[in-house]
Write a protein of this length. Structure first.
Length: 305
């Protein structure tokens, strides 16, 4: 199982003068995409008993994602109001008092025996309470030999205490085996650094590789002094909601199918294996950006048998 821990929200996506409610959230999108691609996936995050929470659970169930670790709460589901400019999405969140605030360090479940990897990141790391809980989960995964993937997915407008988040990221970078950074993440975390320079800093902290996603230019996996690149897949972009989350799922699913989604496997993975995983990530992301909201592809939509 690849366990995804982080926010689930309802994205209110504009369509003219109306908004459509669509399921979303970084780790949620990755879990759904993993399930649709045929990977064994689990999800950990509080789910509300309200109608939005029921909808979110239904999407996970349809994709075959294990939700047995998800606490149930009567707090309302978190909402994200989306603003689109040229297809690029920005977000305003309504989070205070919602289901997102239920997760805490003292009530974390035991890691499932079948779990091989943990995916963390997104706005769930900003809040002191949920961020601390996820950091503890990452620490447990790291110290029990599971692969940890970190996708910071930085949203500067939401960060009230940048120093706190930078400190948390510094600690998490020491626990992560795979770090995925967009160009925006790079600029916030390491201003002025080139992707190659940033990758060397990340790898010196202990990561096996850093993935840099750069939109229409594709994605690159950086290792110590070497890199592997995959071109972006051509797509008619409707919006970019969930693109990075879907890439994460495709990349991890590719590594899992190649049998290298282990700490040692990542160290020894051959360049063609990494390139194939990157390519699956970019193909999956291309499908997601071609339709509104975070709607990851199913296995047959990316050419998998």
């Amino acid at each position: 199982m690849i366990l995804c821990c982080g926010e689930s929200v309802i994205d209110l996506v504009p369509d003219g003068d109306r908004y459509h409610a669509r399921p979303g959230g970084g780790a949620f999108n990755t879990a759904v995409a993993l399930g649709r691609l045929g990977a064994a996936a689990g999800y950990l995050w509080p789910l509300s008993t309200d109608s939005f929470g029921t909808s979110l659970r239904g999407v996970l169930d349809e994709a075959g994602v294990d939700t047995s670790l998800c606490p149930q709460t009567d707090r309302p589901t978190t909402l994200a109001v989306v603003t689109l400019r040229g297809g690029e999405a920005s977000y305003g969140f309504y989070e205070e008092g919602t289901a997102a605030r239920v997760l805490d360090r003292d009530h974390l479940p035991e890691l499932p025996a079948q779990m091989r990897a943990l995916v963390i990141g997104g706005i769930s790391l900003i809040d002191p309470g949920t961020g601390t809980a996820i950091e503890e989960l990452a620490r447990r995964a790291f110290h029990t030999g599971r692969v940890v993937m970190l996708d910071p997915n930085i949203r500067p407008a939401l960060i009230a205490d940048p120093n706190m988040l930078r400190d948390r990221m510094s600690r998490l970078l020491r626990l992560a085996h795979i770090v995925k950074l967009s160009s925006d993440d790079l600029e916030w975390l390491m201003p002025g650094a080139t992707p190659a320079e940033a990758a060397q800093r990340v790898i010196r902290k202990g990561a096996s590789l850093m993935c840099h996603t750069h939109g229409a230019s594709g994605a690159t996996a950086h290792r110590w002094k070497t890199s592997v690149h995959a071109q972006a897949q051509a797509a008619q972009v409707v919006d970019t909601i969930g693109a990075g989350d879907t890439f994460n799922a495709g990349f991890l699913a590719g590594l899992a199918e190649a049998g290298v989604l282990t700490v040692e496997g990542l160290r020894q993975a051959a360049p063609p294996v990494l390139q194939a995983a990157l390519s699956l990530g970019t193909r999956a992301a291309a499908v997601t950006v071609s339709r509104p909201g975070a709607d990851p592809p199913w296995r047959d939509e990316v050419g998998l048998p």
